[in-house]
Ligand binder design. Sequence first.
Ligand code: HEM
Ligand code: HEM
Length: 195
Amino acid sequence: MPLRSSDARWGALAQFFHWTVALLIVAQGAIGLAMVAMAPTVAKVKVYALHKSIGLTVLALALLRLAWRAADRRPADPPAMPRRQALAARAVHAALYVLILAIPLSGWLFNSAANFPLSWFGLVHVPSLTGGADPALKAFARAAHETLFWILVAVLAAHVGAALKHHYVDRDAVLARMLPWRTRRRPVPSGDSAR
Ligand code: HEM
Ligand code: HEM
């Protein structure tokens, strides 16, 4: 599969970023919700550290992904797609980009304002964003982290629902062209669509 995207298909790098970030975000949601309910043990401290390290990885991948998107191209919209639907898809994608940056950033801010030390998998020291404890900012960042996560869940439901509708109802190649394996869907810009 070519590294770059074409008019008909997402390239290998765009697919790598999309599916790696998707997998890590889902894992992060599960780990985050589970860890806050844990009894205060050594295991809890370890799970928190893992959550923070994976979250920082997501932040780095999201930044690399945006940089690559600026250098790459975007496959064409299906010709039969109404303009309103194309605009809605763009808005949902923009919201997802904002959320995959803002959620780990709010976690990092919370950690900094709580004056907890931070390292990436125990290998790299990560600096504080606040330079010390800040109780008001800590409360804000904590609330933002949780609220933004639930907003992500709602936006994702629309995103995944739309992908499945394209695949099973419209029967076009919008989902297929984001998948690393070949499917029988004809390429999106073929004009007469794959109905
Ligand atoms: C945390 C999970 C996910 C995030 C953050 C996410 C984010 C995004 C973003 C930002 C784009 C826009 C790409 C661009 O135009 O640069 C996109 C495209 C896409 N996503 Fe996701 N996604 C997630 C999960 C999923 C899942 C589970 C599916 C499938 C069931 C899916 C299917 C697609 C498809 C098919 C496209 C391409 C749309 C097109 O070609 O216009 N995504 N995703
Ligand atoms: C990829 C991104 C991330 C996702 C999806 C995510 C998701 C979550 C979720 C769902 C919770 C539970 C919220 C609750 O019910 O109270 C949580 C808690 C937490 N997250 Fe994240 N998180 C991410 C990144 C980060 C990062 C990068 C850090 C820090 C560097 C971090 C630090 C924390 C902390 C300290 C808590 C516990 C808050 C508390 O004790 O109330 N998170 N996260």
